[in-house]
Design a protein around this ligand. Structure first.
Ligand SMILES: Cc1ncc(COP(=O)(O)O)c(C=O)c1O
Length: 463
């Protein structure tokens, strides 16, 4: 496929698509035996079987193309089935597919750690491998808490932001804002000090004032503050200022509180620079004490998490006392295939990739200028390769993530050959970096067509 950097464009008309033939044996087997994530099986349509994918496009069993405008849950960086990453995995699989990582190591893990350290903000020198974004966060929280214990100054308080999302395991859910995702487990989650979410100038002032109070007067010292730098993803694609992140870093450093940057979504160029912590200029760049990575880490090919920490933190665990060990690990820690994929993906994050990301951002900005005047569009925002707005949704029986208008757009887009998955009434486009200007134009055109339909007919009745 053509992989020219995306240009600002006039949206093309959505491509008409013929429906896929069904049912297929895959659908039947799936319906009989599989339990899907984030899926209400009582009302969801049957899952769509995907036969193959290339670049920014998924193909169903009938060969119908579907443009993946959300990078398959924010993981695909350089494109589906990228030949260089596929070859690296195949090559590694023929040599070493897996080995226990306690007491053993291997070239892909050691080399990847060194390469990551070269890319990461200064001071993050130790890499702990795990399996996904949630485990990267669990490791960060556990390492932060045990760090204080090992130093003989136990601290147990964690602060996190309103609207935060850090994953679905228990520690990650505790750090995440209360939501429909965490509600069934609310009584079992550990207490976290909740800080106001950043956003507008007033929001940022409220956050910093609350943080100041917490650091100077309120109760026991904090062990750590955890944030999603510059972009709160699942909490609504909420963009926040680099200056405010810098102010949070300065305050936590001044009071010797660890700062955990959850870059599971924002890492590897998603917001522009390689890591969102790098800010917009050296003046706003920060170095956290702990950083969590996953999603784009392997280019979206294989599950893997990384928790990168400062050397002092690692040193607090190095001891002749076995009780000071970090007793955490997963069967597939540092899986060689995932490490090989991550190294191949990192190698693709070159200047050409930066140019593609810049082109996507320019296209998003040009399109957002058109959408921003639409009566159904509120709070348009662009950060790097992520474009988002809120739909001025009519009152429904359930708001937020459950608002039906998002599913209506998803269905409308799918029928036109585009995969979008709004977070309730929050619409976003977050494409793989290889998306062409024509494909991005089709994505924009589908969203525009939906907005026009809303203006003409209003939302369809909630289901
Ligand atoms: C910021 C952030 N942290 C953590 C996670 C959890 O990652 P995973 O789904 O791989 O467990 C996500 C997932 O969306 C995320 O956006």
């Amino acid at each position: 496929m053509t992989q020219t950097p995306t240009q600002a464009m006039t949206p093309a008309a959505p491509r008409p698509c013929s429906p896929s033939p069904s049912p297929s044996p895959i659908v039947e087997l799936d319906a009989a035996h599989v339990w899907h994530p984030y899926t209400q099986h009582g009302i969801a349509p049957t899952a769509v079987p995907i036969a193959r994918a290339e670049g920014a496009v998924l193909y169903d069993l009938a060969g119908r193309p579907i443009i993946d405008a959300i990078s398959s849950w924010w993981v695909t960086l350089h494109g589906h089935a990228h030949p260089a990453i596929a070859a690296a995995i195949a090559d590694q699989a023929r040599r070493l597919e897996q080995v226990i990582f306690a007491g053993f190591t291997h070239e892909p893990a050691a080399a990847l750690a060194a390469e990551l350290v070269r890319h990461l903000p200064a001071g993050l020198t130790r890499i702990f491998y795990s399996d996904n974004g949630s485990t990267a966060v669990e490791v960060a929280l556990k390492a932060a808490l045990q760090y204080w214990r090992n130093r003989g100054q136990p601290r147990t308080r964690i602060a996190a932001l309103d609207h935060a999302y850090h994953g679905d395991t228990f520690g990650a859910m505790s750090a995440s804002a209360a939501s429909i995702f965490t509600e069934p487990f609310a009584e079992l989650l550990f207490d976290v000090v909740r800080l106001p979410a950043p956003g507008s100038a007033e929001d940022d002032a409220a956050l910093l004032a609350a943080l100041d109070r917490l650091l100077t007067t309120d109760g026991d010292p904090l062990a750590a503050v955890i944030v999603e730098p510059r972009l709160q993803g699942a909490g609504g694609m909420r963009v926040w200022r680099a200056e405010t992140l810098r102010a949070v870093r300065d305050r936590t450093a001044a009071y010797d509180v660890l700062l955990i940057a959850d870059e599971v979504l924002t890492g590897f160029g998603r917001t522009g620079p390689t890591f969102a912590c790098q800010g917009e200029s050296p003046a706003t760049a920060i170095a956290p004490d702990i950083m969590c990575l996953s999603k784009g880490l392997t280019g979206g090919f294989l599950p893997m998490g990384v928790t990168a920490v400062r050397e002092e933190l690692f040193e607090a665990f190095r001891s002749s006392d076995r009780r000071q060990t970090f007793f955490h690990g997963h069967s597939f820690t540092a899986n060689p295939l995932a490490c090989a994929a991550a190294r191949a993906s990192l190698a693709l994050l070159d200047d050409d990739c930066a140019a593609r990301r810049t082109a996507i951002e320019s296209a998003h900005r040009a399109q957002m200028r058109c959408w921003s005047t639409h009566p159904w569009v509120r709070d348009p925002r662009v950060l790097g390769t992520v474009a988002a707005f809120d739909l001025v949704a009519p009152a429904a029986e359930a708001g937020g993530y459950l608002h039906p208008i998002g599913r209506q757009l998803a269905d409308f887009a799918f029928d036109a050959g585009v995969l979008i998955r709004p977070l309730g009434d929050v619409v976003y486009v977050l494409p793989p970096y290889c998306i062409t200007s024509d494909q991005l134009g089709q994505v924009y055109a589908v969203v525009t067509a939906f907005l026009e339909r809303l203006e003409r007919e209003g939302p369809v009745v909630a289901r």
